[in-house]
Design a protein around this ligand. Structure first.
Ligand SMILES: [Zn+2]
Length: 172
């Protein structure tokens, strides 16, 4: 994987964030879904190990999210699918399915190429839901309280912990 990939993903995240009316936690994922004319559907998958999917249909893009998962996970999954949307080119009827392990497994730096898109989509989701400037601001406001951070940004404590580590603000 090219060392510049994080910068490339961050550029797409910045484009997405520019579409939002206000930049404050929690980041409005639904506003972003609407602005891009994506239809969001909560569904029950036959396979319980699926978290989400994105499909380009004749009528446009659809994001599917596992209705049984908690809100914080749904938000991360939708943000991950938005990552596929912003980072990749889709053909009509092309579908991208995201398994729960694709989101929650922390891939090693040297990742097989078939997982590269998942790694990028996860990084997109983390940067979108937890923009660095807001994280730094609220890290001070909350006096470095991981749980309050997770509550403010409507993400899981796990996701917040990973993001804080990534930004060099916290070590587990
Ligand atoms: Zn995916």
């Amino acid at each position: 994987m090219n060392a510049d990939w994080k910068n490339e993903v961050q550029k797409k995240v910045d484009q997405a964030l520019e579409q939002l009316k206000k930049l404050a936690p929690p980041i409005s994922i639904s506003e972003l879904v609407e602005k891009n004319n994506i239809q969001l559907l909560e569904v029950v998958f036959d396979d319980p190990n699926l978290s989400g999917a994105i499909k380009r249909t004749e009528e446009g893009f659809k994001i599917f999210v596992n209705a049984h998962e908690p809100l914080t996970r749904k938000r991360f999954t939708i943000a991950h699918e938005l990552g596929h949307f912003f980072l990749e080119d889709f053909q009509t009827n092309q579908e991208e399915i995201t398994r729960t392990e694709d989101i929650f497994f922390r891939f090693p730096p040297e990742t097989p190429s078939d997982k590269t898109r998942e790694v990028k989509a996860n990084y997109f989701a983390a940067c979108l839901l937890m923009p660095s400037f807001l994280i730094k601001e609220f890290w001070e406001i909350t006096r470095r309280d991981l749980q309050r951070m997770a509550d403010f940004f409507l993400v899981s404590e796990l996701a917040m912990g990973i993001r804080l580590e990534e930004l060099g603000l916290w070590e587990r």
